[in-house]
Ligand binder design. Structure first.
Ligand SMILES: Nc1ncnc2c1ncn2[C@@H]1O[C@H](COP(=O)(O)OP(=O)(O)OP(=O)(O)O)[C@@H](O)[C@H]1O
Length: 388
């Protein structure tokens, strides 16, 4: 779970303070790669940086482990200024996963994963046990994979080994730069789901860079949409970014496919449900409170008989609580996108603000409910208040 968002209560895992990066080669000829970035990554969250090519995402990430040195500003790792830490030591404390993984080709899978434990002087027994544990964690059978070489793996398997290697010494922070970029779309989706499970299990704080808005909203607890110079256009929950883009740049990025994303991100809440069945129509199926809105629509469409005209019983904790129709889904979408008083953007300049929802929408004050992550049912604490 994301740590408390009350200001000052929880030390951020990483904090960027007015960070600027001008590459010497282009100084004076172009704007800074990162202009003036202030941003916090909270402990145990997945913060995704998304934005167009060249907006400074990778530069931002690489400054956190000092592969790139900032021109000015400070970066704090668990409160410690990273420029005061020896870069080699620092990189042993921060996991780093990149698109092409960078496995050592002449070392076996086990040897690759054991890289940092070896450097830290772990004994052979402890290292071997950790390698097996990590292979299990990333879904690769140690007996089958430990002795293979990288060229004997598929792209997705290599990526899993890269994640295992990055997690070997249980680093507090994992930096991921387009980690699934080299994998085909189907494998990519599977890896995203797998990684969400792994992250949930180990609780590592993750800062992930992608140019793919779908990946961003699927993977992130929070999403920072960046434009040129790593300017933060919006920093909010995935649902806020999709439902209520804060600027034209975010709207452009969310662009086509917004409705599909909303249907995938939005959940049926108790308050969406009609408390009493519609007159004269038998239910054609059931759905649970908390079901993705897209799945509610799909259930309506897949049901025999009156299709989109039909009505589904809604169940919560095994008890029927009302019914929904296609019109209910439309109303739920309006609830999500209703801009009245909305400010999904964490606009405060030091980046430490709480995720806020619009007045009257306490659902948006919470993290996005996600089937991959345990948490209370959306709206389960509220009773139906829809006008009859
Ligand atoms: N080593 C470098 N020397 C000079 N300029 C650089 C260097 N690395 C990056 N840049 C420039 O800095 C800007 C930001 O680059 P960066 O790689 O951080 O962007 P990005 O958002 O990660 O892009 P992409 O999605 O294409 O990887 C770009 O204009 C890029 O050309």
């Amino acid at each position: 779970m994301v740590g408390s968002s009350v200001r000052g209560m929880v030390e951020p895992a990483i904090r960027f303070e007015h960070v600027r990066k001008e590459y010497p080669a282009v100084r004076g000829r172009a704007g800074a790669a990162v202009d003036d970035l202030t941003l916090e990554v909270r402990p145990h969250e997945v913060l995704v940086l998304v934005g167009p090519s060249g907006c400074g995402k990778s530069t931002t990430l690489r400054m956190a482990n000092r592969l790139v040195e900032p021109t000015s500003g400070r970066i704090l790792l668990e409160g410690e200024d990273v420029t005061h830490v020896d870069p080699v030591q620092l990189r042993r404390r921060i996991g780093y996963v990149i698109q092409d993984v960078g496995l050592f080709p002449h070392r076996t899978v086990a040897q690759n994963i054991a890289t940092v434990p070896r450097l830290l002087g772990w004994d052979a027994k402890r290292t071997a046990a950790r390698v097996d544990e990590l292979l299990d964690l990333v879904g690769l059978d140690p007996a089958r994979y430990a002795r293979r070489y990288p060229h004997e793996l598929s792209g997705g398997e290599r990526q899993r080994v890269g994640v295992a290697r990055a997690l070997a010494t249980d680093p507090p922070v994992l930096l991921m730069d387009e980690p699934f970029g080299a994998v085909d779309p189907v494998g990519r989706r599977r890896l995203q789901t797998e990684f969400a499970r792994i992250q949930r299990e180990v609780g590592t704080t993750v800062m992930l860079v992608t140019h793919d808005i779908d990946e961003a909203v699927r993977m992130g607890d929070r999403v920072a949409v960046l434009s040129t110079g790593a300017h933060v256009e919006q920093l909010a929950s995935p649902l806020d970014v999709v439902a209520r883009p804060a600027t034209d740049a975010v709207a452009d990025l969310v662009g086509r496919g917004r409705l599909a994303r909303l249907l995938a991100l939005g959940r049926l809440e108790r308050t969406d449900v009609d408390e009493v069945p519609g007159p004269g129509r038998a239910a054609i199926g059931t759905v649970d409170v908390g079901t993705e809105l897209g799945d509610v629509l799909a259930t309506l469409l897949a049901s025999p008989g009156d299709g989109a005209d039909g009505r589904l019983d809604v169940v919560e904790a095994g008890r029927a609580v009302g019914s929904v129709t296609a019109a209910t889904v439309l109303r739920a979408l309006r609830r999500l996108t209703d801009a009245a008083g909305a400010d999904g953007n964490e606009g405060d300049p030091d980046g430490s603000a709480t995720t806020r929802g619009p007045a009257g929408s306490p659902d948006l004050d919470r993290r996005l409910p996600d089937p991959h992550r345990p948490g209370p049912d959306a709206g389960a604490d509220r009773v139906g208040t829809l006008p009859t």
